[in-house]
Design a protein around this ligand. Structure first.
Ligand code: SAH
Length: 344
């Protein structure tokens, strides 16, 4: 018999499995709660389940559990950067950020990435494989267990392009926000994309209450193309239209991420062009001073320059924040911890 990833099943699917094993269906709910509410890492811990059933499950329904390889803890703000090993030996990184409003975890959605954004360390070695729904959940479960506190917010902004792993992403979101599981509010979940238009439109039609973040990073097609190869496939106005569509369908304000790179996309003209690009939209712009990676020579603008760019946008009624740099002391850009580990 083929093996089934039990932690990626929803309650309905799990109930079928349990019934096929000749058990009463209420057992499925008990097991589901062990997996997703109590988040155990072995069948042994399921104290109200019979030995026989646990043995049956162990054979064909292996539990996906991530192993913590390392954790780096910031002395400045308590940010924790984790490296986890998957069962096939691949490693991924996840980050815990502590805010006044709660604990937020940034997860990876793929091992590596094939999108090729010029400034990003996660894509330098390409994509190895997609992550399973269970492997996305486990990043949150293991971090929650490690700190012994509840995780209240999740951002899919780590390594990988979530829209390039769409079916698994959707299943992950279903399980993550399920009231029988961790029960995270959809409003506390953000999914970030480099702009895969058909999938953004599809996501809009799911009518979820999650936040969509678009990695925009430039205000013209030409400049965006110089930073993001994905712009070859989806032109900037097409991507913005997909964001408008997302707002129409869901009523959720879209976030634009804009990494400021000195001399590349940070001039007054860039700010003006950005304003006209998003005119009339209910949006929020998050400015991210680019995090330099050693493989490229991108440079951060000065803090004053970033503030100036922000003011230009704000004066025109746009909601703008500058991303707080969390865990400055433990690491550089996303993807660097994993990359360094592999190189060693
Ligand atoms: N693939 C998705 C999510 C992962 S990247 C996406 O593209 O949105 C998360 C965010 O970090 C994206 O906005 C990405 O463009 C940005 N990013 C990646 N490397 C960066 C760097 N070195 N400096 C600043 N932002 C970076």
């Amino acid at each position: 018999m083929e093996q089934t990833d039990i932690k990626s099943l929803n309650l309905k699917e799990l109930t079928k499995v349990i019934e096929n094993l000749g058990e009463k269906s209420f057992r499925a709910k008990q097991i589901y709660e062990w997996l997703h509410k109590k988040q155990v890492s072995s069948y042994e811990e399921m104290t109200n389940i019979s030995k026989k059933l646990k043995e049956d499950l162990t054979i064909n329904y292996p539990l996906t559990v991530l192993k913590q390889v390392t954790v780096q803890v910031s002395k400045i703000d308590g940010t924790r950067k984790y490296l986890f090993a998957l069962s096939d030996g691949n490693v991924i990184e996840s980050v815990l950020m502590r805010y006044k409003h709660g604990n937020s975890v940034c997860i990876s959605s793929q091992v590596g990435c094939r999108m090729g954004c010029r400034f990003c360390a996660s894509t330098l070695d390409g994509k190895v494989r997609d992550l399973l729904p269970s492997e996305m959940l486990e990043q949150i479960y293991r971090i929650g267990a490690d700190i012994g506190e509840r995780v209240s917010n999740v951002v899919v902004m780590g390594t990988g392009e979530p829209m390039d792993n769409y079916e698994n992403l959707l299943k992950f979101l279903e399980l993550l926000t399920d009231e029988n599981g961790l029960n995270i509010s959809q409003r506390n979940v953000t999914v970030s994309t480099c702009g895969i238009v058909p999938k953004m439109r599809k996501l809009a039609e799911e009518k979820l209450q999650i936040t969509l973040a678009l990695s925009l990073h430039a205000s013209s097609q030409e400049k965006r193309l110089a930073l993001m190869p994905v712009a070859n496939k989806y032109e900037i106005h097409e991507v913005i239209d997909a964001c408008r569509y997302y707002f129409e369908k869901t009523g959720r304000r879209v976030t634009f991420e804009y990494s400021l790179v000195a001399g590349v996309n940070d001039t007054d003209e860039d700010a003006a062009e950005l304003l006209s690009l998003v005119r009339g939209m209910n949006c929020h712009i998050n400015l991210i001073p680019v995090n330099p990676i050693k493989e490229r020579d991108f440079v951060q603008p000065s803090h004053d320059h970033v503030l100036n760019f922000k003011n230009k946008l704000e004066k025109n009624g746009i909601n703008v924040t500058i991303r707080r740099e969390m865990g400055r002391d433990i690491d550089g850009a996303c993807g660097q911890l994993r990359k360094r580990y592999i190189e060693r």
